[in-house]
Design a protein around this ligand. Structure first.
Ligand SMILES: Cc1cc2nc3c(=O)[nH]c(=O)nc-3n(C[C@H](O)[C@H](O)[C@H](O)COP(=O)(O)OP(=O)(O)OC[C@H]3O[C@@H](n4cnc5c(N)ncnc54)[C@H](O)[C@@H]3O)c2cc1C
Length: 409
């Protein structure tokens, strides 16, 4: 039996596994000839992009709801190591390594936590479901706690996209505390500096309307249980500090003999094969290539999903000796949640603002709650169809008043 092994069941890994199974199914290749195995440390496909939201009720989908009907074998376990020479994966708890004929590396990324004193121990984050649940439980317990330490103050550190989404959600999440203070700090000279000037003005308008204090040009020197000391020596008392300082590719990327980019990602070609290797593909946050010939892929669900679908298709075709399909994505959008104010929706790499406020929020809700989920109804055929190696169309340029229409992933 030959084996295609997919590491990670996030937006890239899940669709790689289903994409590979889809081709094998189309070619009527029985499972005892080529098996697809997905390895993940959890039992859940995490809709990670929703971890900043108030409710976490629907942000995970059981893997078995998706994989059981398409013939992908699932292994639950922590991937410990990869031996490229032997083509073997060590998984915690398994007596033997898992061998592979073809591999898709899709272990994603993780929050970068620098060695700031107290940060790892005292700060919250929303990188994983478990971390987001810890923050949710902490916020829920605040109203019943003594008010000595500034229990109604939240300091969000990191004014990139995740930090802005976390901060703008806070006023709504803290209503039980009465008067609250939310501070959003970043070392860059502006909050949301990655978003370009036009979108940044929208973000600043939203932050102002939500009474969120902006503290650009600031780093955190130390964190403790009652607050943080900033680089200018100022102390901020806060019962809640949330670190949103950026992501790095999975540390096991370092096992591959290829030069990583500045995020630690593996270079792949347009077929998602790791450059210079024969049997290994990579997709999602762990990989990068020029999606439109010019711009490097972004660590995003928007790119991870099509990368996954194409990696799955190509890894199976490569094993079968069939031609592979190049991935090219000629458009790019950003839809940033701005809490009760709404959202901002930009198009293009220079982030031209298309929609703001409630219209943009409609698009955001459609993406977060529908578009990026595996088909919620329908069986095997619908799941296979969702894994087809296609790049979906960009969102239409019309206003969301008539409904957001076909929204991209
Ligand atoms: C709060 C937040 C908001 C975001 N908002 C957006 C947004 O609006 N739009 C957007 O496009 N992107 C957004 N992103 C980024 C997006 O979530 C990631 O780019 C995306 O999840 C990458 O998908 P992936 O499959 O490559 O990796 P991941 O989603 O990280 O999946 C990796 C998988 O590998 C598993 N895994 C990791 N290590 C191991 C191991 N050692 N052993 C076994 N299993 C392991 C994990 O359990 C996980 O299932 C956001 C991220 C966060 C945290």
């Amino acid at each position: 039996m030959q084996k295609i092994v997919v590491l990670g069941g996030g937006f890239a890994g899940l669709w790689s596994a289903v994409g590979a199974a889809r081709i094998l199914n189309e070619r009527r290749i029985p499972l005892h000839e080529i098996e697809v195995v997905l390895v993940d440390r959890t039992d859940w496909h995490a809709i990670r992009v929703r971890n900043y939201e108030r409710s976490l009720a629907d942000v995970r989908v059981p893997f078995d709801d998706v994989l059981a009907s398409v013939g992908v074998r699932r292994v639950r376990g922590e991937v410990l190591d990869i031996n490229l020479k032997r083509r073997e994966i060590s998984v915690q708890g398994l007596p033997e390594p898992i061998g592979y004929d073809r591999l898709v590396f899709a272990l994603g990324s993780r929050l970068d936590i620098p060695p700031v004193p107290g940060l790892a121990e005292h700060a919250f984050n929303v990188d994983t479901y478990e971390a987001a649940a810890r923050l949710r439980n902490h916020l829920a317990a605040l109203p019943s706690q003594p008010t000595a330490c500034a229990h109604n103050t939240v300091l969000v550190v990191g004014g990139g996209l995740t930090g802005i989404e976390v901060a703008t959600e806070m006023p709504d999440r803290l209503t039980a505390l009465g008067k609250t203070r939310v501070i959003l700090a970043d070392r860059a000279p502006w909050i949301g500096s990655d978003m370009g000037e036009e979108a940044r003005r929208v973000i600043e308008r939203a932050l102002g309307a939500l009474h969120i204090e902006m503290r650009p040009g600031i780093t955190v020197r130390a964190v403790d249980a009652d607050g943080a000391i900033l680089s200018n020596g100022e102390r901020i008392s806060a019962a809640t500090i949330i670190w949103c300082g950026g992501m790095r590719a999975h540390p096991l990327c370092a096992r591959f003999p290829v030069p990583p980019d500045r995020f630690g990602r593996l270079p792949v070609d347009e077929y998602l094969k790791v450059k210079g290797l024969d049997a290994e593909f990579a997709a999602g946050d762990a990989a990068w290539f020029h999606v439109d010939g010019t711009h490097a892929s972004v660590m995003s669900c928007q790119h991870a999903r099509p990368m996954g679908r194409f990696a799955g298709h190509n890894v199976a075709c490569d094993l079968l000796g069939e031609p592979m399909l190049p991935l090219r994505i000629d458009w790019y959008v950003t839809v940033l949640d701005l809490g009760a104010w709404g959202a901002v929706y930009t198009e293009g790499w220079n982030r031209r603002v298309i929609l703001t406020g409630s219209e943009a929020k409609l698009v955001k809700r459609t993406i977060n709650c529908q578009r990026i989920y595996p088909p919620r109804t329908g069986g095997r055929t619908a799941i296979f169809d969702a894994a087809a190696p296609v790049v979906q169309a960009p969102p239409p340029m019309r206003s969301a008043q008539g409904g957001p229409g076909a929204v991209s992933d």
